[in-house]
Each structure stands twice: as structure tokens, then as C-alpha cells.
Ligand binder design. Structure first.
Ligand code: G5P
Ligand code: MG
Length: 225
């Protein structure tokens, strides 16, 4: 089996976190890192980076590229994933051309470059409906929706029983800014990965329609000769 080093690309609310959970459930050897989850954990832990992140996130702005590169590559290194045979999934990073270039430069010496990038293509009106009902468990990054995947006990995480919270950047105003940021940055990013021949796209208005398409791409990559 080949290693899989996958980036999920997609607008805020397109279901990156949701698809990540589904993939980890199906492919037990794959692990994941979400840049947004890392930042929210730093905010909860009240670290220096957490203080910086909360200001950017509250305004719907992207954090500086160098900071994000250090954070995510540092995490990959700490977890021991910088090797040619490791498989991992990235959610939310890279999300600018600069981040993509820098990550590629840093992964290349370890022969651990990304080998699949999948864009989740979900209509914007569908996304807007979902966000009002989103609740998250910050320590794990588990995400719920009151209609699509509600918690078993209202307001509590299914696994730990800890309280769920609303994300401060899920207000209509901030969410609108995040969607705009995505629209502005995704073009060059897609061009970069398309030139490398590793960009794919899956479309649909529900995660259950998207997942089988995504899973098929993953299986193809794992078994490609
Ligand atoms: P994040 O945390 O990376 P975004 O904006 O990229 O945030 P987000 O909002 O986390 O993405 P998602 O993960 O794509 O969205 O979507 P999701 O949470 O899985 O699904 C959304 C909701 O829909 C959930 O409630 C889910 O249950 C529900 N849902 C899923 N499928 C369905 C369905 O089929 N039907 C229904 N009804 N519901 C469904 O980044 C946050 C901030 O951190 C900073 C930035 O400030 C950013 O704004 N940041 C970075 N800054 C710079 N560079 C980076 N690389 C950065 N990464 C993070
Ligand atoms: Mg997410």
C-alpha cells in the first residue's frame, strides 16, 4: 500500500472536519492535523500563539503564513510524521500559495510531499444553513450539527461528555469574511497543485454524497502502482 498524504481544500463549512472524521473511521492507519483545531486548542490553553490567533480568528482574518508554517510543520515533526512512509491528512493548511510553497520545500527533504489534494465543492447557500447549527468540542476538534449529526446528549461531546461550544467566528458577519478570504486565496492554490498533477475535486450538497467520491480517490491513491 502507498502512503497517503492528503490535503482537504474547501470553503469554511464545506465539511473538511466532517470528511476527516469519516476518513479516519474508514482508514485506521491515517492520522490528521487541522490547523484551525490547533489554533483553537492554543486559544483554550491561553498560550502566546493562542492570544494572537484569537484576534485574527475573531475578525475572520488569516494568520501570517510564517506562523502557520511553523505551527503545522512543527506539529508534523513532533508527531514523527516527517518520513517517506507516513500517511497523514491535512485540514485547513496550506490555504495560501505561500503556505503551499513553503510546505513543499519543507517536506521534500523528508520525501514526504503531499500526493493528493481534494477540493470539496459545496454550494454556498447550503454552507450558510449549516453554520448556524454548528457546535464544536475544542479539545478534540469533533464537530456537530443540530440536524445533520447532533450530539447524543444535548450540548455535550459524545465521547468525553464535556461541554460543546459555538465558534466565535461562526457569526454571520465573520463567516461572510471567511468565505470571501477563501474565494480570494483558493485560485492560486489550486493552480499550484494542479500543475503538480495531484488536484482532484468532489462535488455535492451533503457530506454523505461527497464521502463515497472522496473515499474512492483515497483508495485509488493507496493502491496506485
Ligand atoms: P478553520 O478551523 O480551518 P475553515 O473556515 O476552513 O475553518 P470550517 O469552518 O472548520 O473551515 P469545515 O471544517 O470545512 O469548516 O466544515 P465542518 O465543520 O466539517 O462542517 C460544517 C458544519 O456542517 C458542521 O456543523 C457539520 O456537522 C455540518 N455538516 C457537514 N456535512 C453536512 C451535511 O451534509 N448536512 C448538514 N445539514 N450539515 C452538515 O479555520 C478557522 C480560522 O483559523 C485561522 C483563520 O483565521 C481561519 O478563519 N486559520 C488559518 N489562518 C491562516 N492560514 C491557515 N492555514 C489557517 N488555518 C486556520
Ligand atoms: Mg473545520
Amino acid at each position: 500500500m502507498n502512503p497517503l498524504r492528503l490535503l482537504l481544500l474547501g470553503a469554511p463549512g464545506s465539511g473538511k472536519g466532517t470528511q476527516t472524521s469519516k476518513l479516519l473511521n474508514q482508514f485506521k492507519h491515517i492520522k490528521s492535523v487541522s490547523s484551525g483545531d490547533l489554533l483553537r486548542q492554543r486559544i483554550q490553553q491561553k498560550t502566546d500563539l493562542g492570544r494572537i490567533a484569537s484576534e485574527y480568528i475573531a475578525q475572520g482574518k488569516l494568520l501570517p503564513d510564517s506562523l502557520m508554517n511553523d505551527l503545522v510543520v512543527g506539529e508534523l515533526s513532533t508527531r514523527g510524521w516527517l518520513s517517506a512512509d507516513s500517511s497523514f491528512l491535512l485540514d485547513g493548511f496550506p490555504r495560501t500559495l505561500e503556505q503551499a510553497r513553503s510546505l513543499r520545500t519543507q517536506l521534500a527533504p523528508h520525501k514526504a510531499s503531499l500526493n493528493l489534494v481534494v477540493e470539496l465543492d459545496v454550494p454556498t447557500d447550503v454552507i450558510l444553513e449549516r453554520i448556524e447549527n454548528r457546535y464544536v468540542h475544542v479539545p478534540s476538534g469533533r464537530v456537530y450539527n443540530l440536524t445533520y449529526n447532533p450530539p447524543k446528549v444535548s450540548g455535550k461531546d459524545d465521547i468525553t461528555g464535556e461541554p460543546l461550544t459555538k465558534r466565535p467566528d461562526d457569526t454571520a458577519e465573520v463567516f461572510g469574511k471567511r468565505l470571501k478570504n477563501y474565494a480570494e486565496t483558493v485560485g492560486p492554490l489550486k493552480h499550484f497543485y494542479s500543475e503538480l498533477g495531484i488536484l482532484k475535486k468532489v462535488s455535492g450538497s451533503t457530506s454523505d454524497i461527497i464521502f463515497p467520491q472522496l473515499s474512492k480517490l483515497v483508495v485509488q491513491k493507496l493502491h496506485q502502482s
